[in-house]
Ligand binder design. Structure first.
Ligand SMILES: Nc1ncnc2c1ncn2[C@@H]1O[C@H](COP(=O)(O)OP(=O)(O)OP(=O)(O)O)[C@@H](O)[C@H]1O
Ligand SMILES: [Mg+2]
Length: 249
C-alpha cells in the first residue's frame, strides 16, 4: 500500500438480506474512500444502510458483492478466523451501547482487547491508564461502569477501541444514548483523535451537531450514496442540518 492510497476503500458494495420471499437490498452498490486522519460522518434516514455499511467495513458481516479494503487488506478475501483477528487487532469499534463488563473497572474494561489477545498482564495497566488519561478519565480508572456517567462509560469504550492502535475507528451512533452535553464531549474527542493524532474515524450519526465536527459528511439513501458535503464551519450544526435537508429533499 502506498502512502497515497486511502486507508479505507469500499467499492461497489452490495448487501442483500433475504427474509422469507423478500429480498432487501440494504446496500446497493456503494463506494467510499477515506484517507488517513479523515473524520467522516455517515448520515441518512433509518433503514438507509448505515449500520450495514459499518458492519461490513468492520468485518462483522460479509458482503453479497463488492470490496472493502482496510489498510491494504481485502476483508472479504479473509477466512472467518483471519477477519476476526483483523477486526480485533486493526479496527476499533464503538457502538451506541457502551458494552462494558459491569464487574470490571474502567482500566480493566479498556484493557480487555489485550487480554483477549492473550497478552501478559505486564504493561497492560499502564497502557489502559494512559488511554483513560487521553480520554480525560485519568481520575476514574478504578471505577466500575455503574459508577460512571453515560459519557464517561462511552469514553471508556473509546479507550478500549484505541488500545490496539487501530488503523480505523468505526462508531455506530456513538452518542445515541447520551444527552447533548455528553454527546458534544464525545464528538470533540473523536475529532481530536482524527485531527491531532491522524486517526481515521468513520461515524454513523443522526445528529447534525455531531456530524458538524467531521471533515466530510456522506448521506445514504436506500443503500446508495445520495451525496456528500463538507461542513464549511466546524461545529455549525444548523448549517449541517440545512445542507442535509437540501440533499434529502
Ligand atoms: N439481519 C437483517 N435481515 C433482514 N433485513 C435487514 C437485516 N439487517 C438490516 N436489514 C434491513 O436492511 C436495511 C438497512 O438496515 P440498517 O440497519 O443498515 O439501517 P440504518 O441506516 O442503520 O438504520 P437506523 O438509522 O435505523 O439504525 C433496512 O431496511 C433493514 O430493515
Ligand atoms: Mg443503524
Amino acid at each position: 500500500m502506498s502512502p497515497m492510497d486511502p486507508i479505507l476503500k469500499v467499492s461497489d458494495l452490495r448487501k442483500d438480506y433475504v427474509a422469507g420471499s423478500e429480498c432487501v437490498h440494504a446496500l446497493d452498490g456503494l463506494s467510499l474512500e477515506v484517507n488517513q486522519g479523515e473524520f467522516v460522518a455517515i448520515m441518512g434516514a433509518s433503514g438507509s444502510g448505515k449500520s450495514t455499511l459499518l458492519h461490513l467495513i468492520g468485518g462483522l458481516d460479509v458482503a453479497t458483492a463488492g470490496q472493502v479494503v482496510v489498510d491494504g487488506h481485502d476483508i472479504a478475501a479473509m477466512s472467518d478466523k483471519d477477519r476476526t483477528l483483523f477486526r480485533r487487532r486493526r479496527l476499533g469499534i464503538i457502538f451506541q451501547q457502551f458494552n462494558l463488563l459491569p464487574t470490571l473497572t474502567a482500566a480493566e474494561n479498556a484493557s480487555l482487547p489485550l487480554l483477549v489477545e492473550g497478552n501478559g498482564v505486564s504493561g497492560m495497566a499502564d497502557a489502559a491508564e494512559a488511554l483513560l488519561k487521553k480520554v480525560d478519565l485519568g481520575h476514574r480508572t478504578s471505577h466500575r461502569p455503574q459508577a460512571l456517567s453515560g459519557g464517561e462509560q462511552q469514553r471508556v469504550a473509546i479507550a478500549r477501541a484505541l488500545i490496539n492502535d487501530p488503523a480505523v475507528i468505526l462508531a455506530d451512533e456513538p452518542t445515541g444514548n447520551l444527552d447533548s452535553r455528553h454527546s458534544q464531549e464525545i464528538w470533540e474527542l473523536l475529532a481530536k483523535l482524527a485531527h491531532c493524532e491522524s486517526r481515521t474515524v468513520v461515524a454513523v450519526t443522526h445528529e447534525p451537531a455531531g456530524a458538524a465536527h467531521c471533515d466530510r459528511i456522506m448521506v445514504l439513501k436506500d443503500g446508495k450514496t445520495l451525496g456528500e458535503f463538507r461542513p464549511e464551519t466546524k461545529g455549525d450544526a444548523a448549517l449541517v442540518a440545512t445542507r442535509y435537508a437540501e440533499l434529502v429533499g
